[in-house]
Design a protein around this ligand. Structure first.
Ligand code: HEC
Ligand code: HEC
Ligand code: HEC
Length: 364
């Protein structure tokens, strides 16, 4: 293709074209990357929420790109919500006009009962919910209504901690009969071990994919055992792990729970603690208090509602290892966000679910 004299000249004067080619390539690539950053901005920009006083380094950084994407659940909820029909007095009640009305809802006007029923069916993904009085889903649904009303009425310190947010069936169910992010007792996860070693060193969802113990949710959010492990005396009076003094595994289990909490909310430890003093209730953030209340709330949810409901459920809904009832924890509502549905006020249109009294406040 080239003239002969060129081929000869080329053979006699060999040139290393690789080094210059690599150099040009690298330089060109760098110029391109720089041009992209100038044109589109830095892709890993973070935004941080300062949680503690200046100088303490207490902040929760997040990628701006992540913050810009809303929880897809918000759109799902907005598609199923509707404003209440403010009663004018004299309307027919659901109890008189409809069959199989769940206990406590008989006094609602027909319009409001019908919209609540339609919403509960959308929220749980059960199109004939409450049609069949003999169905276990009906019995469970009755308990769930009381549970949701109790959450909104008696746990406002948590579910309305910053502003009115509240919970509906959708907060947990998201259009599915069985909510995501529920948990069961896993029993001994390391089968070849016994006692102390049997519930750790196995990667499970409940250990947050670490080697920490897998029984933190059961121990703290069902059995209600003590989470704190710190002792401020330089010499602990007893022997750690004996006579009720927390031992190493208690500390590991506490960290297992704290990892779970952080991942459930999509935050780091500094959202609640000053890391120089994890134990010190005087150096924590307000969110620490909201969590403390959340722990009591989850204990009540599991012990007073979900464990009893387990007796109504068919076998295929029970735990694969121990046959125990499905249980809730932080992630069942939060789904990885600081506030469920990113703080969307879900209760404002549903006064029927905000009170156990059977007499919703429609603001009239
Ligand atoms: C705090 C979270 C939470 C809230 C809020 C909640 N549920 Fe549930 N619900 C659960 C859990 C956990 C289960 C057990 C899952 C299972 O059945 O295996 C459940 C089960 C059910 C079931 C049985 C489903 C099945 O097929 O097994 C029905 C029906 C139900 N809920 C209805 C409701 C209704 C109606 C509301 C609102 C009034 C509601 N739930 C609010 C957590 C919740
Ligand atoms: C959403 C708030 C929150 C987040 C996030 C959080 N914690 Fe906690 N932490 C608490 C609360 C509340 C307690 C007290 C629980 C109790 O004793 O009832 C606690 C207790 C502890 C304790 C026990 C302190 C003692 O007195 O012995 C340790 C250790 C701890 N957390 C470490 C962590 C670590 C490590 C992380 C991050 C992986 C973390 N926490 C994330 C709220 C939080
Ligand atoms: C029944 C649903 C539900 C469960 C279960 C739940 N939360 Fe919440 N949580 C909420 C709602 C709703 C809010 C929003 C309150 C607000 O911002 O006004 C909230 C807010 C919070 C906040 C305050 C966030 C902020 O921005 O100030 C913390 C911290 C928190 N939850 C921790 C927890 C922890 C830890 C658990 C588990 C032990 C838990 N929650 C379980 C519903 C729930």
């Amino acid at each position: 293709m080239f003239p002969k004299w060129f081929d000869k000249w080329n053979r006699d004067n060999p040139t290393d074209i690789y080094k210059p080619a690599i150099l040009v390539g690298v330089a060109g690539g760098a110029v391109f990357a720089a041009a992209m950053v100038v044109a589109w901005g830095q892709p890993f920009k973070t935004d941080s929420l300062q949680t503690g006083p200046r100088g303490t380094g207490m902040s929760v950084p997040e990628f701006e790109a992540d913050l810009a994407v809303p929880d897809p659940g918000i759109a799902g909820f907005l598609a199923t919500t509707s404003a209440p029909v403010v009663p004018q007095g004299g309307e027919r009640t659901a109890g008189a006009a409809r069959d199989n009305v769940p206990p406590g809802l008989e006094g609602l006007t027909v319009e409001n009962y019908d919209r609540l029923l339609a919403a509960m069916r959308d929220w749980t993904g059960i199109p004939d919910l409450f049609d069949d009085p003999a169905s276990y889903q009906t019995s469970v649904g009755h308990v769930m209504i009381g549970m949701t009303q109790n959450l909104n009425e008696n746990w406002a310190g948590h579910v309305n901690a910053n502003k009115q947010v509240g919970v509906t069936c959708y907060t947990c169910h998201r259009g599915q009969p069985v909510p995501a992010d529920i948990w069961y007792d896993l029993g001994d996860v390391a089968e070849r071990m016994a006692g102390w070693s049997a519930n750790q060193n196995m990667v499970t969802a409940q250990s947050q994919y670490t080697s920490l113990p897998s029984d933190a949710l059961k121990t703290y959010l069902l059995d209600g055992e003590m989470i704190g492990v710190h002792d401020l005396d330089s010499r602990v009076a007893g022997v750690p792990g004996k006579d009720g003094y927390p031992g190493i595994q208690n500390a590991e289990r506490t960290y297992s729970l704290m990892n779970y909490v952080s991942n459930s909310l999509g935050v780091n430890c500094l959202f609640c603690h000053n890391s120089r003093a994890f134990y010190d209730g005087a150096q924590v953030t307000p969110q620490w208090g909201t969590e403390s209340l959340g722990i009591q709330m989850v204990l009540e949810l599991n012990n007073d509602y979900l464990v009893p409901v387990g007796g109504l459920l068919p076998e295929d809904r029970l735990g694969p290892v121990k046959g125990d009832a499905p249980k809730v924890a932080c992630k069942t509502c939060h789904k990885g966000y600081q506030q469920p549905l990113q703080g969307t006020n879900v209760i404002k249109d549903w006064p029927e679910l905000a009170t156990t009294s059977g007499e919703p406040d429609y603001g009239n």
